[in-house]
Every structure is written in structure tokens, then in C-alpha cells.
Design a protein around this ligand. Sequence first.
Ligand code: FAD
Length: 345
Amino acid sequence: FKAIEKIEEKKETTDLSEYSGIWVFAEQRDKKIMPVVIELLGEGKKLAAEIGCELSAVVCGSGIGNLADELFEYGADKVYVADSPELEKYTTDGYTKVIFEAIGKYKPEIVLLGATHIGRDLGPCLAVKANTGLTADCTKLEIDPDDKKIKQTRPAFGGNLMATIVCPNHRPQMSTVRPGVMDKAAKVSGRKGETVKLSVSFSEGEIRTKVVDVVKHLKEMVSLTDAEIIVSGGKGMKGPEGFELLRQLSHRLGGVVAASRAAVDAGWMDHAYQVGQTGTTVKPKIYIACGISGAIQHIAGMQNSEQIIAINSAENAPIFEVADYGIVGDLFKVIPAIIDELDKQ
Ligand code: FAD
């Protein structure tokens, strides 16, 4: 009860009118802006136009001052830069302290982060410290025309319904957003903005973790989110050798091979290649779904592809409902026939 009373007390003292502007957490790795940041800036620009506010980015790291120029070109009006050797590698304590202090000082109304490993760690820490809410893993953001609050939509109950969440009484309103869902911001070369340097100072032992080494996981090399053509296989591939067939097709198309969760769970492909609600969200030009039934959790990760081609032996498979082109047939006959045709060209 005491905890509830405390929240109620804070609720009454939060003056929502003090908060304005949209912030995008500009996650960088090895001094390179992550693709999801460009997507958040694209979405942030649209939201900022609807509210009539400024769009800012906040970037942390060491020797990253020149990233501000890139962020201006992708639509940030202002860039808050925390540049210090202590921030060279991400640490929960280090990043949380710097950004929390900046939120307290500059009071953004909305803070957006990518639902990457770092964003999923940092977002909740910031939200707890700022005594506000956070909607994790959003797939859609909208501004309510009546009260200008942000409506945050995310899959819930195992992807069986989409929940729309608002944060009525606390600020900032915070969301992590799935990579690959929003459209990237257009680059305007030479566009300029205002840089604000954030102060960084840590006392001895304040950052309780030290990054000793970074070992790159396979997922970073796969880059499903950047692929223009994805050839994806499901349980219908029957085994790892079925994926060999997909590799042959993908090789000819210049694509990347991916998989459904059933194929990943069967051990035929690494989880890094999984598309869907608990895998990666993709938006390629062409998505070829082979032997994939089209469960809602799979569809959630690929439905925004520009063209979807489905190959399935069951004509009533749900995947055909989202497919632009469907081939009803045995994929072990259809795919070799496509490969033969491609080889003739
Ligand atoms: P199946 O549903 O078994 O479909 C196999 C298909 O292959 C069938 O349609 C069949 O007709 C076809 N087929 C068989 N033989 C042939 C052939 N010779 N030629 C042509 N077609 C053939 N799933 C994901 O994919 N990604 C996720 O991120 C994900 N997250 C989940 C999260 C939760 C919380 C839950 C509950 C489930 C999740 N799932 C996810 C699982 C999802 O519900 C399905 O179980 C899964 O997508 C099914 O994979 P599939 O289509 O490969 O297999």
C-alpha cells in the first residue's frame, strides 16, 4: 500500500506540461549508428509533425561526436551527445545514469528506443528511474488526435491480439520498437541541427560492470533485416538437407535463407535466422515462404514484406492469405524447377 501511495503522490506532482519533444536513443556499435535508429527517426519525424514538436536524438559513446552530423541528415533537429571513454562500451549503469540525468534536465515528452538487446535493457532501467511506463516491443505508434498522447501497439498473449497502450499520467512516454518494422528516414545530405553536449561524470565504482571482450554473435553477420530477398523454410522442409535446397535457390537470387520457429526448434537452423514474433521482423523486397503454414506468430515478422511468395502443398494454408503469389505444390518439385529455370537465364 505504501508503494501505491508513493506512486499516487508522484502522479499528482508530475506536471505533464513541462515535457515536450521526441527523443530517439541513437544506439551505436563500433561508432556506427544501428539501422533501427534510422527507422525510429523516420517514425519520430511523422509523430513530431503531428504533435508539432522537435525531434532529437541522444547518442552515447567515446569519440562519437561526428555521429551528430549523420543524425541531423536523418531528421534530428537536435542531438544530445555524451562522449566519454567510460561510455565506449555499453553498460547499464553508465548509459542509464547519463540519459536519466538528461531526461530530468531537458524533459522530453516521448523517448523511443530500438528493441535491440541494448534498448531492451536500457529502456526499462530508464523508465523505472523516471517513474514512468514503458511499452516494450512496439510494432505501431500513433498520436491520438484528441489529446496528442502516443498510442503504442504491440503483440500480446502470444501474438493472438494486438494491445494498444497509453501512458496517461507519467512522462516521458517510453517505447521500445521492433527493428525492421518502421520505414527508414530519408537522408537529406548536409542538413544541420543543434548539438548539445551532455555532462558525464562517474564516481569510483558507480559503473558496476566492465566489458572485458565483445564476441560477435552469428546474428550480427546474418543481417536478415537488411536483406532484400529472403528465402525462408519451415517444417515442410523436412530436415536440414531441405535447407540446402533453399540455399541453392537463395544463392541464385542473391538472398538470405531464414526459417520458421518450427524449423529452428527442430535444430535445422540457428535461432539467428528465425523470422517472427520471437525472432526477427523483416521487410525485404521479396519473401519466399517454403513449407511454412503461416501461423500468426510467423506472419507478425514478415507481413510487411513488399512481395510475398508462398510455396505450400496445402491449398488452405494460412500463408496464402498474406501471399501476393502462391504456388500450391510439393516444394521438393517446385523449387528444383525454379532453380532449373533460373539457370537457363
Ligand atoms: P507447420 O505449421 O508445421 O507448417 C508446415 C507447412 O509445410 C504446412 O503448411 C504444410 O502444408 C507444408 N508442407 C509440408 N510438406 C510440404 C511439401 N513437401 N511441400 C510444400 N509444403 C509442405 N513461429 C515462427 O515462425 N516464428 C516465431 O517467431 C514464433 N514465435 C512464437 C511465439 C509464441 C509465443 C508461440 C506460441 C509460437 C510462436 N511460433 C513462432 C510458432 C508458430 O505458432 C508455429 O508453430 C510455427 O510458425 C510453425 O512453423 P511452420 O509453418 O514451419 O510449421
